[in-house]
Design a protein around this ligand. Structure first.
Ligand code: TNX
Length: 519
C-alpha cells in the first residue's frame, strides 16, 4: 500500500523499481522553473548528481485542464512530473516527497516502485485558518505551518490578524493599531466560563512587521499557497477601538480585551470610521498580493448601534431599516472599495443577514445552512462548519487533554465531513468552492500546542477536500495517518501522539451533550 495523504485519484504500479543513489539531474520546462529549488531540496541527502544518473523532469502539458492537476511517473531511469502550471508541478512534488519518505532506506540509496499517478483535487479551496490575535504565532512559526500545509496539498492560508484581544497587522498610517491594539495588559487563565476569573498578570505584546508579512507571503507563494488576510469588522474590533477610541460608539476608555468571549464594542458607522477602515484595507490590499481579503463580519453585537444617537441618526440618514441592514451596508462599502483595488471579499456567514454583496464569498461556520442558502442564491461559499472543522475543539476524551474551548471533534468526524450537504441542489454544487479548518487560539497558547490541535485532524481534512468521494475510506486512512506521524514530526516539533480514538467513551460521541457538560 502506498502511504499517501491525500490519496491520489489513480495509481497504477508496474512492478520493478527506480534506484536513486545520487541527486537526480533536474530538467524543467522554463514555465516550471519556479519549483525547481524544491526538487533540489527533496534530494539533498543524496550525493551530487553523476553523469548518466537518474533524471527528474518537470514537463508542461497544457492539455491538463486544472492548474493543480499533475501526472507523476516513476520510470526505471527517470521521474517525470507533467502539469499545466507550476502549481500542479508542486502538488506532484508533495506526492513525491511522501513517497521518498515512505521508501527511505537505511543508507542514502532510494528505491521507489515504478508507477504512474494521475491526480487532481476535488475542491479548489482547501484551507486552514490561524487565529494570531488571541495567541500570537511568529512569522517563522507561520512558515513552518505553511510547510506542513504544503505537504498535505492545502492551498489557502486564512490569517485571522485582528480581533478584540489583539491587533497584529502593521498599518503605517495608524501605528497605534499595533502599538496600543497589539498589547494586552494580561490574559485570562483557565476557561472563559470559570468563576472567579483569574488572570496571569503579564503583558502580552506582539505584532508582525511589514517584512514579517512579506516573508510569510513569499514563502506561501513558493509553496503555491495563497494567503488570505482577515481584518474582522465591524465587531471583534475592541483592540482597534482601544487604540483609536473615536472608532467606537461612546468614546469610552477601553482596553484590549483580556479574556475570551464576544465583545459588545463595535465600530461606529460614521464616515470617518468608514474612511479609516478603507485606509487599513488599502494597506492590506497592497501588502497581500492574493485575490482575496476576508472582512470577518461575524458575531457583531449591534446593541451599541441601537443605543447610540449618532449611529441611529446615521441609520436614518442612509435610509436603512435595521441594524442588520446597517452591518450589510458597512460590509458592502468595504466590498466595493476592495473591488476597486481588484480584490474579492470573503465574510463569515453573518454577512448574509441584511443582504450579501454580489461577489462576496460566504464562509459558512454556523453549520452549513446559511452557506447553502447563499449558494442557492448564487453566491460562492466555503464550508467551515463548527461541527466538522473547528480544531479548537477536543479531539478525544477531555480528561486526557490540555484545556480546550469545549466540544468534541474526532479525527473520524473530520474525515466524514462533506462540503456539499445533501440539501444543496446538484446544480448549485459548483458554488461550494471547498472548505477549511479553523484554529481559533483562545485556548492554544503555543505553537507546539497549535500543531497538536491541527494535526492529524488537518490531514483528514486534506483528504476530504482533495479526494474524490469514491477514493475516501476511513479504515484505509487510519493506518496511513498512524505512519505519517514520523513525517509530521520532521516538520513540527512535539506533536503529541495521535489520540487513540478507541478510548472515547460512548457519551462523548454526542458532541452536543459534551459541549454543554464542559461549558
Ligand atoms: C466563534 S467562528 C468565532 C471566533 C471564536 C470561535 C471559537 C467565528 C466566525 N467567530 O471569534 O474564536 O468561535 O471557537
Amino acid at each position: 500500500m502506498l502511504n499517501l495523504i491525500p490519496y491520489p485519484r489513480s495509481i497504477v504500479q508496474q512492478g520493478g523499481s527506480l534506484v536513486i543513489s545520487s541527486s537526480p539531474a533536474i530538467v524543467a520546462d522554463a514555465e516550471l522553473e519556479a519549483v525547481t529549488p524544491w526538487v533540489a531540496i527533496l534530494f539533498n541527502a543524496l550525493p551530487p548528481s553523476e553523469p548518466g544518473g537518474v533524471k527528474i523532469q518537470l514537463q508542461l502539458d497544457a492539455a491538463l485542464s486544472i492548474s493543480e492537476e499533475y501526472h507523476l511517473k516513476i520510470e526505471p531511469k527517470r521521474i517525470l512530473i507533467t502539469s499545466a502550471s507550476s502549481t500542479g508541478a508542486f502538488r506532484g512534488l508533495a506526492t513525491l516527497r511522501q513517497l521518498i519518505w515512505q521508501f527511505r532506506g537505511q543508507g542514502p540509496t532510494l528505491k521507489l516502485p515504478l508507477m504512474t499517478i494521475e491526480d487532481r483535487p476535488r475542491f479548489e479551496w482547501r484551507g486552514l485558518m490561524m487565529d494570531v490575535s488571541r495567541h500570537f504565532f511568529t512569522a517563522d512559526e507561520v512558515c513552518r505551518f505553511l510547510d506542513v500545509m504544503a505537504l498535505y496539498k492545502f492551498n489557502k492560508f486564512h490569517w485571522h490578524l485582528t480581533d478584540d484581544q489583539g491587533w497584529r497587522f502593521p498599518v503605517t498610517r495608524y501605528p497605534g493599531l499595533t502599538e496600543v491594539g497589539g498589547v494586552r495588559r494580561e490574559t485570562l487563565v483557565g476557561h472563559e466560563r470559570s468563576r472567579p476569573r483569574q488572570y496571569d498578570g503579564s503583558l502580552y505584546s506582539y505584532c508582525y512587521t511589514v517584512s514579517d508579512i512579506k516573508r510569510v507571503v513569499a514563502h506561501a507563494a513558493s509553496l503555491q499557497i495563497e494567503v488570505i488576510p482577515e481584518i474582522d469588522m465591524p465587531g471583534h474590533m475592541q483592540a482597534a477601538i482601544a487604540a483609536y477610541p473615536h472608532l467606537g460608539n461612546f468614546n469610552w476608555p477601553l482596553e484590549v480585551r483580556t479574556h475570551w468571549g464576544i465583545s459588545t464594542h463595535i465600530l461606529n458607522p460614521l464616515p470617518a470610521t468608514i474612511e479609516f477602515m478603507k485606509e487599513v484595507l488599502g494597506e492590506a490590499a497592497d501588502l497581500f498580493p492574493g485575490r482575496y481579503i476576508h472582512l470577518g463580519g461575524d458575531e457583531a453585537i449591534k446593541q451599541q448601534w441601537s443605543e447610540s444617537k449618532l449611529a441611529q441618526d446615521r441609520m436614518a440618514q442612509l435610509g436603512l431599516a435595521s441594524e442588520d441592514r446597517m452591518q450589510s451596508w458597512f460590509i458592502s462599502e468595504m466590498a466595493e472599495f476592495l473591488g476597486r483595488s481588484g480584490k474579492r471579499m470573503l465574510g463569515w456567514d453573518e454577512i448574509t443577514e441584511g443582504g450579501t454583496p454580489d461577489d462576496a464569498i460566504v464562509v459558512g461556520w454556523r453549520g452549513t445552512t446559511h452557506a447553502c442558502a447563499a449558494a442557492m442564491k448564487g453566491h460562492d461559499v466555503v464550508m467551515a462548519p463548527t461541527s466538522h472543522t473547528y480544531f479548537d475543539n477536543y479531539q478525544t476524551e477531555p480528561a486526557t487533554q490540555p484545556l480546550a474551548i469545549g466540544g468534541l471533534l474526532t479525527l473520524q468526524k473530520v474525515y466524514e465531513f462533506e462540503p456539499r450537504p445533501p440539501e444543496l441542489l446538484p446544480e448549485k454544487h459548483h458554488h461550494v468552492l471547498g472548505g477549511q479548518g479553523q484554529l481559533w487560539s483562545e485556548y492554544i497558547p503555543t505553537f507546539e500546542h497549535l500543531t497538536y490541535m491541527a494535526f492529524p485532524r488537518a490531514c483528514a481534512l486534506s483528504e476530504t477536500l482533495w479526494c474524490d468521494k469514491t477514493v475516501k475510506n476511513y479504515s484505509d486512512f487510519l493506518p496511513r495517518i498512524r505512519d505519517h506521524q514520523d513525517l509530521l514530526l520532521s516538520y513540527v516539533s512535539r506533536i503529541g501522539p495521535i489520540p487513540e480514538i478507541s478510548i472515547i467513551s460512548p457519551q462523548l460521541n454526542e458532541p452536543d451533550k459534551l459541549s454543554k457538560s464542559i461549558s
